[in-house]
Every structure is written in structure tokens, then in C-alpha cells.
Design a protein around this ligand. Sequence first.
Ligand code: NAD
Length: 478
Amino acid sequence: MATKTFDAVVIGAGPGGYVAAIRLAQLGKKVGLVEKESLGGVCLNWGCIPSKALIAAANLVEDVRGAAERGILAESPRVDVAKLREFKNGVVKKLVGGVGQLEKGNGVEVVKGTARFTGPTSIEVSGGAEPLRLEAPAFILATGAKSIEIPGFAFDGKDVWSAREAVDLPEVPKRLVVIGGGIIGLELGTVYAKLGSQVTFLEALPQILTGIDPEAVRLVQKGLRQRGATVHVGAKAKGYERKGGALVVSAEVDGKPLAVECDKILVAVGMRPTVEGLGLEAAGVKVGPKGFVEVDAQYRTNVPSIFAIGDISGGPLLAHKASKEGEIAAEVIAGHKSARDWVAMPGAIFCDPEVSAVGLSEEGARKAGYEPITGKFAFAALGRAIAMDHTEGFVKVVGDKASKLLLGVTICGPEASDLIAEAALALEMGAYLEDVALTVHAHPTLSEAFMEACKAALGEAIHALNRPERPRKDAVKA
Ligand code: NAD
């Protein structure tokens, strides 16, 4: 078996691993990047990116359906599933190609195949052009996570889909049951509802999107209802059987049986770290009780030569978190004093309306020992949102009553996933409510809602009445 030697080897080329490899190369290291499937990992190939291509297309269908209200007369839209799939695949191909160019341009050697540790400073790679032994004084594990399978719903890619099959858009089923009212279930369930499926969500907990602002959840649920979807909470899916041409999912809702007929089932009940087959035992890497690899603030495992970043090391399973961690681990390997030091880790859910958040919620602020004050601004009172005919939702800010420090922001509404970036910057820079309130925001833009919400928290909103003790009747910002 041939042996290659590197300064550092990254295992897994998702948004954590491919970024780590680039950063290592920038810092002058000779880098190997091992990937068994496709550059970009789940995010680019079967997750964030293709799902966003589908979401954008599904939004277009919906916009066309509602266009007549704005005086645009279009035929009622039909979906060419094969063409839409082709578009989505094209988006993926472009980005995967881009990552390949970046790795090459930075001098990273991409090694195709499956890695397995043979010791703390060596791996074997199989399944590629030839079996290889790679040696390096530093390794970064970035193998991500995969969908959890639950009893009674083995993924078969035919009747029971994981997110990966659902994103591939094999068809638009007439009736779809989504098991799990978490982020993936909501994002993909919304896509299929917009494309024409009748969607039923089964969520085991008392609310969908656990941990998200309840007011935002109410709006998301209202949006689902308007699209003909049904949401059952407190609903534990038990199993399914084929009856005639249909599938019948059985569930227990608050102790009572429920049967839902459908044509396909999407199971999205969480992810588990991809650790099997990596030979972690051979390297001596410690795995925690939930299967995630344990790391310190510099992403070093218990084995000094091995780092772990992204989903495999736990925390919120977010692509941008993985990328950030990849940069930090690369810098540590290159001898820098980097460590986990961020204040703001934004999250965005691409349902309808979109929901995003960063920092502390009001309850979280209280738990952290602050006396919180809040300010809210409704998109229904914002000129740009009204002009776009997307007025659902709000921006809500949380601040510290004593110091007026900005502590957290939740956005529910149009472009919430983009708008959260300003809030993340404000938190990272240690902004006070006043800093945002005094910053001139271009008019007419959706971003004005953040400024107005900060003003509202200070009792100085211009386009809403400042009566915090009573329900506010928002005026319209022309
Ligand atoms: P999740 O943890 O967000 O939600 C899973 C849901 O399934 C939970 O609400 C849980 O109560 C429910 N559930 C579990 N077992 C059930 C059962 N038997 N019957 C009914 N409901 C059941 O997990 P996910 O949606 O699969 O997403 C996986 C991970 O990927 C998450 O950590 C998420 O943060 C991440 N992700 C993030 C984004 C984004 O940031 N936009 C997008 C996709 C995925």
C-alpha cells in the first residue's frame, strides 16, 4: 500500500472539512482532504443548498398562484418535477465544482475514499483508485451526521424517505406524512405543501419547532394550515402498513390512536453523528454518551493529534457553525491561539414565514440573570413588507433593562434568514439597543424593522405606538 505524508489531513469534505482544508492550506500546510462521496458533503449535495433550490422554486409557484391579487394574470402554474430536479441538480453541480476549484487552487490534495484510523497519526483510505496510507501529525475529523431511523420506519427510499430522498424530489406525492416537526420536517414539508402535496405533520412533543419563539411558531403553524397541511402535536408515530394502494401511518396522539393515509412518508426526527467505521478505537478517540466526539474549546479530542469539528462534535448541527469550527481547528493546528470565542451563532429556519434567531430569548435572558426588556415591530406596519405583499411576522429584540445591552433577536417573516446577519453583527460587536436604533437604515427596506424594534424597546418607536404595558396598535410606515 502506498503511503503519503501531509502536515494535516481532514476527513470529510462538508462545510466543516472543506473550509478547514482551505484554511490550513492558506496557513502554509500541506493538506490532504479525504471524501468518500462528493465535495460539499450533506450541505451542498443533499441538504442546505438543494433544499433551498426547491424552496425558492416552491415560493415561485406560490407567488404565481397569488399573482392575480397584484394584477399579474398568469395561468395556474404546473410543476414539471423532472425539470425542477434538473435545476436543483444544476445548482448542486455548480457549487460542488466551485469547492473543487477552491481546493485545487489552494493546493489541497483531495483523496477519494473512506478513511479509517490505524493509529493517532495514520489512516488507511479504501474504496478510491488505490488503497492508501496517509500519515500526518494532525487530523481533523469532519464526517458530519446522518438521519436517525426510528423503529417501524426503515428508510427504503421508496415509501419511507429520509431528508436525502425527499430533497432528491423523486415525485410530488398526493399525500405526504412528515414524522418530526423539527427544522428538516418543516422546511421540506413546506416545500411539498407548496408544490401541491397534502401534508400531515406528526410531532411527538407538545409543539413543533421546539425551542423557537412561540409567537413565531404560531405564525408558521398558521402558514401550514393556509397551505392545507395538518399538524398533530403530541403525536408519536408507531408504524405503517400498506393498505391497497395507500400507506397507513399509525400514531398515538395524547394516548389515543390516529391513522393517517398517505402515499409517502418522510422521517425527520433528528441526526446522529457519523462515527462508525472510522476506527476511533484504534486511534483512542473518546466518544460521549450520545455518540458525539468530545472536544475542548480548540476542537481537540482527547487524542492530541486529532481534532473534531461540525456535527460529529455536537452542539447545534449547523453548516456555518461547522465552517467556523473548521477555521478555528485549522488555525490551532497552524500554531495560532484560536479557540471557540463567538458571541453570536445565528440560526435560520426556511419555513414560511422564515424564522431566525440569534442570542438570548426573553426567557433565556432571565435565566442568565438579566432583567430583560423587549421591543417588537410587526412587518404589517412596514412599507417595504406591504409593498412586497409579505406582511406576516415581526422582529423582536431582547435587551438588558439596566444597561440597554442588546441580548438577542428573533425574526419571523420575509427574508428573516438574511435579516438576522445584522443582528448577529450587532451582538458580536457588543451593541446596545441604542446603537441599532441610532443607525440609519435605508428606506424602504425590511431591515428597518430591526431598527424600529430596538427603538420600541427604548420606548421610542416612530412607526408604532409606544405603549409597552398595553397591546400595541401598530401604525403603518409609509
Ligand atoms: P430536529 O431535532 O430539528 O427535529 C426532530 C423532531 O422530531 C423533534 O421535534 C422531535 O420531537 C420529533 N420526533 C422524534 N421522534 C418522533 C416520533 N417518533 N414521532 C414524531 N415526532 C418525533 O431534527 P431534524 O429536523 O431531523 O434536523 C436535524 C438537524 O439538522 C437539526 O439539528 C437541525 O438543527 C439541523 N438542520 C438545520 C437546518 C437549518 O439550520 N436551516 C436545516 C436542516 C437541518
